[in-house]
Design a protein around this ligand. Sequence first.
Ligand code: GUN
Ligand code: ZN
Length: 435
Amino acid sequence: MTVKLLRGRLLSFKRAPQGLSDQESYSYETDGGLLIEGGKIIAAGSYADVKAKAPDDAEEIDHRPHLIMPGFIDTHLHFPQMQVIASYAANLLEWLNTYTFPEECRFVETAHAQKIATHFYDELIRHGTTTAVAYCSVHKTSADAFFAEAMKRGMCMVGGKVMMDRNAPQGLLDTPEMGYDETRAVIAEWHGKGRNHVAITPRFAITSTPQQMEAAAALAREFPDLHIQTHLSENHDEIRYTCELYPEAIDYTDIYARYGLLGRKTLFGHCIHLSDREADAMSEAGSIAVHCPTSNLFLGSGLFPLKALSRREKPVRIGVATDIGGGSSYSMLRTMDEAYKIQQLLGERLNPLDSYYHMTLGNAGALSLADSIGTLETGTDADIVVLNAAATPAMALKMDVVKTLVEELFLLQTMGDDRSIVETYVAGNAMKAVL
Ligand code: GUN
Ligand code: ZN
């Protein structure tokens, strides 16, 4: 088996940064080396030290002067919504009913699901994303296509067949029994195969009857280690309608809590308008609020209080994500640029160290996967992104006056996109080069 030795500037977080001057929160090697074998990082450090450990026939790849980081992680997006991006709608519910639901109906066709799956992974790789957490459609065919393609590429992916049994077109509805049985079938066929993780995926309370929520609860009890993903508190009309559908619940979060869906492996997309009580409940359960800034701006859903939720006495765990196709970019760099601007509008500061922490180790921690991804630590999976902060003429011009790592990171986030992704390694294999 070939051993690879990557050379470049290495940046990897060890924990959440406490501020811009918190150099203890990350490791940075200006002339670093990464040794990769069998899909894992087997040594990391200064180039000289790592070179000394490398076998003579190691394949050496020189990425200087670029930055080498753990691959980006996207904790919420919709695989069947690639062709929904850029749909002109007034708000979430109009966007879902007019464009998104009809488009997802097409995923009943295996050939269509497979075609889009190919494009989906191509885009992730093009944008430096090595792990993502995706909603498939209601059709089992879509989950099959999603996980089969992940295995082909050797990627660590989380995904689920959506459960939805009301308030959508007929072609997009299952039943409580079907949702349960097909989710079980997807788990049996795909969970733990390759690097696949299956998530229990009730779309949101509006599209699930109480009977289907019971079925999701049963799955959560039977498979307590699985991720759960759903949507929460995205839009004022959505919140009002949801609470009308579940009048016994004290608020939107309480609906999910009543069905045992609030836990450390639950990822709640959006969480923009949580009350203090709901944030306390999320915090106590250790659930994740997943911030999707390009989507929140595009759909006009609201300004997610990322900083305020993180510094509460009872902090809420945070993930960051694109939310394709409500979101408008596959790029985690573009995503964090918009996250930054949202905090600006709220009078808060989101510093560049925070941003890159969230895209890598932070999101890995949000998925309870920080022992294998989101880091360049020895023994972890060799999912890696190589970044060029001078990828365009305008970026190169700005880069001429950049003096510090933090300034470089901020430039990459502010002006960067897929053009800044020099290479994406998945389990040690260079994937962008062969697209
Ligand atoms: N809420 C329920 N489904 C969706 C979806 O597909 N996208 C977004 N942004 N919100 C949702
Ligand atoms: Zn979503």
